[in-house]
Ligand binder design. Structure first.
Ligand code: GDG
Length: 479
């Protein structure tokens, strides 16, 4: 179950309607699992007020949950994207607390839970994805203690002092604790969650979280040291990844390699192409990146024409006010930099407010000598892993924020603190001038990590841990 179904509705010019799979890591990760386990995917089809029956698409059973325009405004754009998102990302933007948004979040979570309850078999397994659906595990648990329930949080879990702001902090923790396994991107997220549970609910949290239940509760899995009946909940890091082999394969395609060369030519054959690829989101540190790059151009440390920054900022959440403001700020600073330092032939920044096909993204990864990932806070950041997986040639330098989950794994990147503009500038200069031998040494190690720890490994390790919590006898050999 996820907020969005893994398909987008398309209406052709002749008015005929159809679906296409939305490209994304989650689909890639779960498609094989769904096919092999006779599962169904429950989620919203992406358009308000669309009444749809369950349907089969591309070998998957899809079960749509209907959302009204008001649901989208209050549950999705409101509570999910303007309360939880900024709160869980270190309050980079101030979260908004509205009681009507919360009420709607509860109601919509209930609707998602009901959609599952209609179809799930006895002793079935439900895997709930992400921050829009944090109350669903408890709703399912209460209705059906026989279920095995997993939850995966794709975004960070905040430190206690920040989480404690949330007026509904107790309800959110209780909602999540309906699961048997709660997965996080980083170990620090899992510890932050356990700390919040200890402080707010007073449960024992080491090594597993002990949730007290009634003596006759079918979901009970053990006894606490004091002899109380408890359910044991595992909160642990399962860092998500990508289908790395798919990126490596695309990067071997002659048409994509030719496109990478063409991109360099079209940019006027600069010595160094730097690249940023992000949803246009305040968590991604796009402004910090542009500031550092702009100062290097202004200082003369980087020369216009020699170096170009390509910034793909794909449109995102355009109905949320903070996102509109961010777009204005970024476009103002890009325009100013290009106006101050551009020439007839060259602009320092090539700014693209579009989404592109995946082939084009891989061509950009191949063209880029330096990849800039400067997130202020990010659950994982798949772009960093995609760049690495695409570089079969073992060239290119990844500059990576230590505040992205990927930094725990990609230690041979140039790790930076995006708030430290001086340090960021130093890393950009280091990256631009890095000798091929050092590039190769670092990239080889990064590739080993990403190719071995791919998304199939992520989903199987989560599902193995989930099966082990309630049905140890069914656990397959360690994958
Ligand atoms: C959330 C968490 C976590 C972007 N522009 C285009 C495009 N993309 C693709 C990228 C990448 C994906 O979108 C973005 O993934 P990220 O991980 O970088 O960031 P979020 O969207 O914020 O994702 C994040 C993730 O969930 C998974 O758990 O890593 O921390 O915030 O795959 O390539 N793809 C195409 N055209 C674009 O213009 N085709």
């Amino acid at each position: 179950m996820s907020n969005r179904l893994p398909v987008d509705r398309i209406v052709a010019d002749d008015g005929s309607e159809g679906w296409k799979v939305s490209p994304g890591g989650l689909v890639t990760a779960l498609e094989p699992v769904m096919r092999s386990s006779d599962g169904a995917w429950v989620g919203w089809a992406g358009q308000p007020d669309l009444e749809l029956d369950p349907f089969d698409y591309d070998g998957m059973r899809l079960v749509p949950v209907q959302l009204s325009k008001r649901d989208v405004e209050q549950y999705y754009e409101g509570f999910s994207n303007d309360t939880i998102w900024p709160l869980y990302h270190d309050v980079i933007a101030p979260p908004t607390y509205h009681r009507v948004w919360w009420d709607r979040y509860v109601a919509v979570n209930r609707r998602f839970a009901d959609a599952v309850l209609d179809i799930v078999e006895a002793d079935g397994t439900v895997w709930v994805q992400d921050y829009q659906l944090q109350l669903v595990p408890q709703m399912l648990r209460e209705a059906r203690p026989d279920l095995t329930i997993g939850f995966f949080n794709h975004i960070p879990f905040p430190p206690y002092g920040i989480f404690a702001q949330l007026p509904w902090r107790k309800e959110i923790l209780e909602g999540l604790l309906g699961a048997d396994v709660i997965g996080f991107q980083r170990q620090s997220d899992a510890s932050g969650f356990a700390r919040a549970v200890r402080h707010i609910l007073g449960h024992v949290t080491t090594p597993t979280i002990e949730v007290p239940v009634a003596d006759d509760d079918a979901a009970a899995t053990g006894r606490s040291k004091k002899g109380r009946t408890v359910r044991r909940v595992l909160a642990k890091a399962f860092p998500i990844s990508i289908d790395a082999e798919q990126y490596a394969e695309m990067a071997r395609r002659p048409d994509i390699q030719a496109r990478a060369k063409q991109i360099r030519q079209e940019l006027g054959n600069p010595t160094t192409i730097m690249l940023g690829v992000d949803r246009l989101d305040y968590t991604k540190g796009i402004r910090h990146r542009i500031k550092a790059f702009g100062e290097l151009i202004a200082d003369g440390a980087l020369e216009v024409g020699e170096v170009t920054l390509v910034q793909v900022a794909s449109p995102s959440r355009e109905r949320v006010e903070t996102y509109r403001q961010l777009r204005d700020e970024i476009e103002l600073s890009v325009g100013r930099l290009n106006g101050d330092h551009g020439t007839m032939e060259h602009a320092p920044i090539n700014y693209l407010h579009h989404g592109y096909p995946r082939e084009e993204m891989v061509a950009l990864y191949l063209a880029a000598d330096v990849m800039l990932v400067t997130a202020l806070r990010d659950g994982m950041n798949l772009v960093a892993k995609e760049y690495v997986a695409s570089r079969n040639d073992e060239r290119g330098v990844l500059v990576l924020s230590e505040f992205a989950g990927a930094a725990d794994e990609l230690k041979q990147a140039l790790l930076i603190n995006p708030h430290d503009i001086v340090g960021l500038k130093r890393a950009i200069v280091h990256a631009a001038g890095m000798e091929p031998r050092e590039q190769q040494r670092r990239m080889r190690a990064l590739r080993k990590r990403v190719l071995e720890h791919d998304v199939a490994r992520w989903s199987s390790s989560f599902l193995t841990a989930l099966a082990a919590t309630r049905h140890p006898e069914q656990v397959p050999a360690v994958l």
